[in-house]
Design a protein around this ligand. Structure first.
Ligand SMILES: Cc1cc2nc3c(=O)[nH]c(=O)nc-3n(C[C@H](O)[C@H](O)[C@H](O)COP(=O)(O)OP(=O)(O)OC[C@H]3O[C@@H](n4cnc5c(N)ncnc54)[C@H](O)[C@@H]3O)c2cc1C
Length: 453
């Protein structure tokens, strides 16, 4: 193994090393830097991870994370702390379902009562359930442990809703049947969306939500921390129950970096690859968390279509699973770009073996533009981006393990949304897990320089 230290960087045993510069990794590094720790963050791709952006001139368009949920207090607090609050604006987002190429609105209880795909009394039953569960503002998810979405839906909402609505929604989301997916995750997601919908406010940041990651990175560097994008960690070296170092790749070269404290935030499938010497139980736990690959399309279009909408697509023969149209991303840039709206698609896949994953970017764009036009009418696309994510979200199988953030390996900590299961992932949960990991590290170690305010 190459024992040479990374040229040009102040590496060594006095640092905390963070793997992954998504929101959780950046928050860990920021909180530790504030506490006086020296930090280095290795990121295989771009800073921000799922919160990174496309840059078109001076404009940012989110690649993945687009919205701040009104129920996500943690992200709102972070945005305030980073001085971005005055750029936040709120919009009502209409939502609905695409079925047989037609849009069926589903934004309000009234829409639900008018929803033609299921019979009237089942619609009333669903609406009553939502009111009964949303209003107390808390729901004991532990009651649902061991229950699948299907079992829960049949019992609570009836066979027809389970078959005609819930099953296709889950298939669209994960490519898996609803009897494999955890009811606790589904309820967490349903209730947080329904509560956001009551206020009907979804938050956006003028200039792009990618500024959250950029500001975090700026603050870390301002406190003396290092962030190294395009620097994948190939291995976290563990010997005799403790962290000994990292093998990283930078500029085509592989280097060994001595390390005694590592906070790993990459998704579990990547962690399993980079940590072959994890204790058996921990490795088994991480292996039990499967992730869905996803394909995300982004299209700048000439004419606005439906405005602020989120549509889940139940048509299984379509080239995308869900679609947003969010015109205000382009505010101030429409004239220069010759576009007035943005349409973004999200398609979760069961595996990288699926056809959409194997298609070229041109083929994906062509198929998606054709399918969008079938629903919205002709679209003229002036710019497009396709983003393939090998590990996007955990598949919320039943009985997912609770991964500890401080592990039995001395010096190894975890942060990331896989430590918050079965809660439905948000930027706020990623930030929360980052803060918890920073606290755990700080309890175990002393900072190496005076604490910054
Ligand atoms: C399609 C989609 C849309 C979403 N939209 C929203 C939204 O609108 N609002 C919201 O609040 N939440 C949203 N979420 C959830 C949100 O993205 C996450 O909760 C959060 O951003 C995840 O942050 P993270 O740091 O845990 O993970 P990530 O952002 O995945 O960060 C992990 C990082 O580790 C890096 N990495 C992996 N392997 C290595 C390696 N070997 N070496 C170094 N680095 C490595 C990855 O490149 C990545 O940058 C969305 C999620 C998805 C998938």
């Amino acid at each position: 193994m190459d024992r040479e230290l990374l040229g040009g960087f102040d590496m060594g045993l006095n640092r905390v090393f963070v793997v992954g510069a998504g929101i959780s990794g950046l928050v860990v590094a920021y909180r530790l830097a504030q506490k006086g720790f020296r930090v280095t963050v290795f990121e295989s791709q771009d800073v921000g991870g799922l919160a990174s952006s496309y840059y078109i001139g001076e404009m940012r368009i989110p690649k993945t994370n687009r919205l701040v949920l009104s129920s996500d207090r943690k992200t709102q607090k972070l945005i305030k702390e980073l001085g971005l609050w005055k750029r936040v604006f709120w919009r009502p987002l209409k939502s609905g379902i695409i079925y047989e190429r037609e849009i069926h609105p589903l934004s309000s209880p009234l829409d639900l009562l008018r929803f033609k795909l299921i019979n009237f009394w089942d619609r009333v039953r669903f609406a009553t359930f939502l009111l009964r569960t949303i209003l107390p503002l808390s729901y004991d998810l532990s009651k649902l442990e061991g229950l699948s979405v299907r079992e829960w839906a049949v019992e609570e909402l009836g066979q027809e809703i389970a078959d005609k609505l819930i099953e296709p929604l889950i298939l669209t989301k994960f490519g898996l049947s609803s009897d494999q997916i955890s009811a606790a995750w589904f309820l967490d997601r349903l209730l947080s969306e329904s509560r956001t919908r009551i206020r009907n406010r979804w938050g956006f940041i003028r200039g792009g939500i990618g500024q959250v990651a950029e500001k975090l990175a700026e603050r870390i560097e301002g406190l003396g921390g290092e962030i190294l994008p395009k620097t994948p960690v190939d291995e976290v070296v563990i010997k005799e129950g403790e962290v000994r170092g990292l093998r990283v790749r930078r500029g085509g070269e592989e280097k060994f970096v001595e390390a005694s404290v590592v906070v790993a935030t990459a998704p579990p499938p990547a962690l399993c690859e980079m940590m072959p010497d994890l204790p058996k139980e921990l490795s088994k736990m991480l292996r039990a968390i499967r992730y869905a690959p996803a394909v995300l399309g982004c299209y700048l279009i000439k004419e606005r279509k439906r405005g602020f909408v989120w549509l889940a697509n139940l048509d299984r023969d379509s080239s995308f699973g869900g679609l947003f149209e969010i015109p205000d991303y382009l505010e101030g840039f429409s004239d220069t770009l010759g576009a007035s709206s943005v349409v973004q698609t999200t398609t979760y896949l069961e595996s990288e073996g699926e056809k959409l994953w194997r298609m070229s970017e041109e083929e994906i764009a062509e198929a998606q533009i054709r399918d969008i036009a079938e629903i919205f009418g002709e679209v003229e696309v002036v710019w497009r981006g396709i983003y393939k994510i090998p590990h996007s979200l955990p598949i919320f199988l039943q009985d997912l393990p609770k991964v500890p953030q401080k592990t039995e390996v001395s010096g190894l900590y975890f942060a990331g949304i896989f430590t918050t299961l079965p809660r439905s992932p948000t930027m706020g949960l990623a930030a929360e897990s980052g803060e918890r990991a920073a606290e755990l590290v700080a309890q175990d170690l002393k900072p190496q320089r005076p604490t910054n305010p």
